[in-house]
Design a protein around this ligand. Sequence first.
Ligand SMILES: [Zn+2]
Ligand SMILES: [Zn+2]
Length: 354
Amino acid sequence: MFCLQCGRENEELFKGLCNTCFVAQNSLITLPQESDVELCTHCRSIHDGKKWQELNLSEEDIIKKIVSEKCIPDKEAKEVTLTLEIINQKGSVQDLLVLAKGTVLDQPLERECSVRVNINRTTCPECSKFFSGYYEAVIQLRADERPLKPEEIQNADKIISKRLEKLLRNNKMAYLSQRAELKEGVDYYFGSYKAARKISITLKDQMGGTIKESPRLMGRDKSTGKDLFRIWISLRLPSFEKEDFLAYGNHIGQVMDMKGDKIVLRDLDTMEMTSLPWREYSQLEIVAKREDIRTTTITSKTPKSIQLLHPENFQPHDLDILPDLAFLKIGDQVKVVEIKEKLYILHPQEKKRK
Ligand SMILES: [Zn+2]
Ligand SMILES: [Zn+2]
């Protein structure tokens, strides 16, 4: 057997060639002479045939990455490394010098070639959506049977911008495209439904209330043939506020706290804390507001009863004493509330804490 290239005899042959000729004709790598890539000038995402992806790289590194990914090492090549250098930039045309190093049949080998990358600078679909004010979901912040308070709006604004900042790190569509303050509340428009949904849950966790989602059909996506929906998320803050008084079943309680999953109440007849899920919201009735709380003085006390002056008519008024209030003394100032013609002493919680 002899080498087809140089004719040398008695050699081990690779595809009809001797070791030296085989290595000499090996190209080490295959690279397309020219590649095209779409690059979003706003977020530097690239579109390489199939889909857009965000790389968080400089333009130069993006170009090098594209070339490296197109490089196919030869079957016999091992330990191939590439060194890339941009040698010419003219507008959208980038010429690169590629130096490939590796081994073929255990012999070190170097190959050099030049390739061209054509960059088509454009705006990716997500960035165009952002610039056109596109939105997938709207959070409608309202309060039940009352207008929103300015401090509630401020609080919601703060919660939303903090949450968006975090969400934006992983979701380019997590932006607020519009905020509309209306008579009945505030509408927040979000690029991403997923982000809007997470935000609505955070708002409810921190401010209480009830959430309802309703999709609205907006038309049809011409390219995919799918129905296009936008989601309206209604977050309704409760009609009552902290420290207001509610009737629930046969009980009367003062709202001590509102959390995402429950309303915490102190029962005025027993001073015990209880909590109710938000789904009971429609069963609750406001029987007094925190503005109805009055202050009065204890005038007399027996082991079983306590006497105080009625805050409106200043007549002595006797009440059974609750074990939790047994520490009260004659002359103490207490907060009271009158509900359905019955006077209740409120737990002086703040005083006790000091
Ligand atoms: Zn040969
Ligand atoms: Zn973009």
